[in-house]
Every structure is written in C-alpha cells, then in structure tokens.
Ligand binder design. Structure first.
Ligand SMILES: Cc1cc2nc3c(=O)[nH]c(=O)nc-3n(C[C@H](O)[C@H](O)[C@H](O)COP(=O)(O)OP(=O)(O)OC[C@H]3O[C@@H](n4cnc5c(N)ncnc54)[C@H](O)[C@@H]3O)c2cc1C
Length: 463
C-alpha cells in the first residue's frame, strides 16, 4: 500500500512545477533553472519523445539556443535541406515549383540575426535541451504523471503519480506551468477552456527509413510535396541518415481505418509517391493526426500558466508550432524567475498572456492558412519570428536614436509590423538603448521597461 489517505502523503516542495517535457516544458524549466530557481519537471513518459515531429527550428529559437551556448549541439543534428516547399509528381522527379514555406534563407536571416534557422528533428533537439537542463541544475522525473491540481491562493498543490510504482505524491509549488501538450491536464484542472479555430483535415504520418537521399538530384526540400495520383502527400526529411516522414490525408469519416495502414500498404504508397519502385523502406511508425488549431481561452489562472500546445496548437503548416511553444515558454520562464527572485512584482506575470496570446492566436490562424501565408509575403515568416512587437501593461515604447531599423532589403520587403517610421531593437543594440531593455534578449522588439514595474519590484511572487 502506498498510501491510506490523502493526508498521509508526504508533500514535497519546489518553486515551479513544470508538467510535460516537450520543447515548451524543457525551455521553461531551463530558463527558470538558469536563474537558480528550484524547478521540478515531470513527464509521464519514460523519456523525451522518440518521434521526429517538428523539424523547423526558427531563427529566433536558434538565437535563444545560442544564448544558452547549445547552438552547435543543436546544429550537430541538423539536416541540409533547401528552405522551400517543392511540388513535383514524385519525390525523384524534378520539382516543377518551389515556394517559400515560412523560413528565410541563411542569407536573409543573417541580415537580421547572428543566427540562421536550422532543420533538426525534435528527437535530436529534446535530448540536447534535457542535457542542458541537467547541467543547469534542473530536476527531472520521467514516468511521473500529473493527476490533479488545486490552487490554494498561496500555492498550488499537485497530485502526481509514479507510473512504475503507482505511488501517489503531493507537490506544493509556488507556480505550475502546464506544458503538457494539446490535451493538457493542467488546462482542464485550472478550468481553462479552449477554442477550436479550425481543422484542415485528418492525416497519417508514416516514419520510415530508406536509401533515398543519394537518388535525389540535389538537396531535398524541407517539405517535398508529391502529386502522384493515389499517393499524393509530402515527404519530410527527419535525420541525417535517411529517416523520412511521408504524410498523407486520409478519411476516417468515410470508413478509413488506421489498421488498414499495414506495412505493406505504407511501402506501396511510399514507392509510388517517391517514384522509386524498388525502394525497400523500413516502416518505423504510423501515426494518425488531425491538422487542427486551437487556442486556450486564457493562458493563466491564478498560479497556473499554460505554454506551448496546451495554450496554442498550430498545424505543422509554416513550421511555427514548436517555435511558438519555445518562445512563449522562455517569456514565461524569465518572468516567473524574476518574480520569484524578488526582482519584479507579480504584476509582471500578467504580461505573459498579454504578450504571447496574440502571437499564439495569429500563428494558429496562419497555420490554418487563414491570414497571409508565406507564399504571399516571403518575409512574413522571418518577421513573425524575430520581428514580434509586444504590447502589455508593463511595457512602454521608447524611441531612441540607437535603434536599428529592421528591414530586409535582400528580399525587397520591409518587415511587416515595422511601419516605415517604426523601428525595432535587435539584441546587440539593447545595451546602448539608454533605457533598460527586456532581459529577454530579442523578444521585445524595441520596447523598454516601464518604470512603474521597477517601482513595484520589491514584492515577492510567493507572498
Ligand atoms: C507531424 C508533426 C509535424 C510538426 N512539424 C512542426 C514543424 O515543422 N515546426 C514546428 O515548429 N512545429 C511542428 N509541429 C508541432 C510541434 O511538434 C509541437 O508544437 C510541439 O511539440 C509542442 O511542444 P509542447 O512542449 O507544447 O508539447 P508536446 O511536445 O506535446 O509535449 C507535451 C508533453 O507533456 C507530456 N504530458 C502530457 N500530459 C501529462 C501529464 N498529465 N503529466 C505529465 N506529463 C504529461 C506528454 O507526454 C509530452 O511529452 C509538428 C507536429 C506534428 C505532430
């Protein structure tokens, strides 16, 4: 027997409990641990995800990783791809069309940033983040699931269960971060609803390994769309050693069954779609997924906060889901750290939702192909990534002569959001801006701290 009554369960304490070790949870935990905050990260699975999932790591995300000193470790798992989406009859056929899909070329990125984006799958990225988290003193418990949460006003009491021993424990935390993905338990426990913003359709993703790269005429595109009748779909390279995803729409609503996606069926589809009739693909995983978008009604309730897919779920279109998750987690992470360290008042925390919800909403809509896509405006992806401008109660805009105009002459476009008279600060101009810039190195886009916030800085978040 592991317990008789709730009262007999020993209660452990931490400053911040992070639920979910995906990109959002790892980023939030790293950001907090780097400030010396006592953070506990729990993940119900026994390790980070074994699936490649997202491969697009944006310029802004790489800036963040660079600031932590792990840029090269991330790049060690990167693939060489063309940052475009191509269209062809089969993968091996010459593409007839190549369009931007939301990522800049290295040259375009380097006009705005010391970093270039990177193409690297989540099953490389997450272990790098995990090792970094251990290195900065984060505590992580795998195989531990959050079961319930109660916000007492002074703290959050979490009930967690060890999946191996079935032992139930209680954790008391000053704050809880729900980074537990689209079906967030934290979101439900906090009573936060979600709005379904639309669905593109049902898809099946087949992960496989096959000697394909050497048969291509050149580098693969990040997204290779094929139009072979009966096998229409996309190929996405997901490793340096010929592991790929082939994804295709299917129709469970008209009787399609996932059991019909046998290895034989997948091999036949991949052969037809690749144009390599003799290919011997090794099928690694077959996963149905809904290409849909949702947005949480609120990103916070009391001492509980939502980040990543728990707050805003995009479709894979445009490659923003994981990046939006990471940027939001960093935004929340440093704010909680500042409040817990007593450097800022609790009012700072309200700015997380004010700053990040509009971006979450617009990225979800863009990924649903509502709003201008990268095909219409090739700069939209880079601007939406590093040209973000925040508006919140704790920020006020200050014009200083040291700001650097952000535009992208190479592409012949101004960054959207930067009107002809508008300017945005890039990281290396912050220190000379005269007024105090956000410690978030690039995210505030030219907005300095409000003195009001600093005056309130003595109140502790733990109160
Ligand atoms: C096929 C596919 C392709 C994609 N391509 C891209 C792309 O190119 N670019 C991009 O930016 N994004 C892409 N995405 C989206 C990206 O994968 C997600 O946005 C990203 O993983 C979200 O990170 P997260 O940390 O919020 O959630 P997740 O990665 O879902 O992590 C949540 C974690 O919480 C854990 N958890 C859940 N409940 C509990 C609980 N009660 N207790 C403890 N742990 C719990 C889960 O086990 C999981 O590990 C893609 C997604 C898919 C499916």
């Amino acid at each position: 027997m592991h317990h008789h009554t709730r009262d007999l369960i020993a209660t452990k304490r931490c400053d911040v409990l992070v639920v979910g070790a995906g990109p959002a949870g790892l980023t939030a935990a790293i950001t907090l641990a780097r400030y010396g905050i006592d953070v506990l990260l729990i993940e119900k699975h026994r390790g980070t995800s074994p699936f490649p999932k997202a491969t697009g790591v944006s310029t802004r995300t790489m800036e963040l990783f660079r600031s932590w000193g792990i840029e090269q470790q991330i790049r060690a798992g990167s693939m060489r791809v063309r940052p475009v989406m191509t269209f062809a009859r089969t993968l091996l056929d010459e593409s007839v069309l190549a369009v931007p899909f939301g990522y800049p070329t290295d040259e375009q990125a380097l006009t705005q940033s010391p970093c270039t984006p990177c193409c690297c799958a989540q099953d490389h990225l997450e272990p790098v983040l995990l090792q970094h988290l251990y290195g900065v003193g984060g505590r992580v418990r795998f195989g531990v699931e959050l079961v319930d949460l109660v916000d007492t006003g002074d703290a959050v009491l979490a009930t967690i269960r060890d999946e191996t021993t079935a032992a139930v424990e209680r954790v008391e935390a000053a704050y809880v971060i729900g980074a537990d993905g689209p079906r967030s338990t934290v979101r439900a426990a906090a009573g936060i609803g979600i709005e379904d913003l639309g669905t593109i359709g049902d898809f099946v993703s087949v992960t496989f390994r096959a000697h394909l790269t050497h048969r291509l005429g050149g580098l693969p595109a990040a997204i290779n769309t094929v139009e072979m009748p009966g096998a229409e779909g996309v190929f996405v390279p997901t490793s340096r050693d010929d592991r790929w995803i082939y994804a295709r729409q299917w129709h469970p609503e008209t009787g399609g069954r996932i059991d019909d996606w046998t290895p034989q069926h997948c091999v036949a589809l991949i052969r037809a779609a690749s144009g390599a009739a003799d290919l011997l693909p090794d099928i690694l995983a077959v996963q149905p997924f809904v290409m849909g978008g949702h947005l949480a009604d609120s990103f916070a309730a009391g001492r509980t906060f939502l980040v990543g897919d728990a707050a805003h779920r995009t479709t894979p279109v445009g490659g923003t889901g994981m990046n939006t998750a990471i940027h939001a987690a960093h935004n929340l992470g440093w704010k909680l750290a500042w409040v817990l360290r007593g450097w800022a008042g609790v009012d700072l925390l309200g700015s997380y939702e004010q700053e990040r919800r509009p971006i979450g909403a617009s990225n979800v809509l863009r990924s649903l192909r509502r709003g201008p896509g990268p095909e219409q405006d090739p700069d939209a992806g880079l601007a939406g990534d590093i040209g973000v401008r925040y508006h919140s109660d704790v920020l006020h805009e200050v014009e200083t002569p040291t700001r650097q105009r952000v535009s992208s002459p190479e592409c012949g476009h101004h960054m959207p959001g930067c009107r002809p008279t508008a300017v945005a600060v890039r990281p290396w101009t912050c220190s000379t801006a005269g007024s105090r810039c956000s410690p978030d190195p690039t995210g505030t886009g030219g907005i300095a701290w409000s003195a009001r916030l600093r005056r309130r800085g003595s109140r502790s978040g733990r109160s």
